[in-house]
Ligand binder design. Sequence first.
Ligand code: CMP
Length: 139
Amino acid sequence: MERTLSIVKPDGVRQGNIGDVVSTFEKNGLKVAAMKMIHMDKKEAEGFYAVHRERPFFGSLTDFMSSGPCVVMVLEGENAIARNRELMGATNPANAAPGTLRKRFATSVEQNVVHGSDAPETAAYEIGYFFNQLEIVNK
Ligand code: CMP
């Protein structure tokens, strides 16, 4: 069993995609182990995306991520990290496979509806960024 962090980004919340995103996870073997809605400020978004701080898109990305509420979730399942990334599709929706969340709902490489951890170490950091142990269901 593996855990990963998923975010429905501000564009996904604004467009009304929360239900479709969660339902896609639930229909594809991922269980929600924690979930809440948050509105990050600029500093919180910068902390979350600290690995990207040298990238040219860092300022714009963190403006966008602090532009409205997000839904953050811990997903649990076998190969949850890879499975979530498969369901999301490529970062740029233009390259995302048909049926993936980004192909269905994303409008640009920045406003791409969902985020998912890319490796076990990032998943541990990202889950810990938003949730403490008491907020994650342990069955
Ligand atoms: P995400 O999976 O959340 O991880 C980093 C984010 O940076 C990525 O999704 C995109 O939203 C954003 N991103 C990646 N590449 C670019 C780019 N070239 N221009 C703007 N945003 C980008």
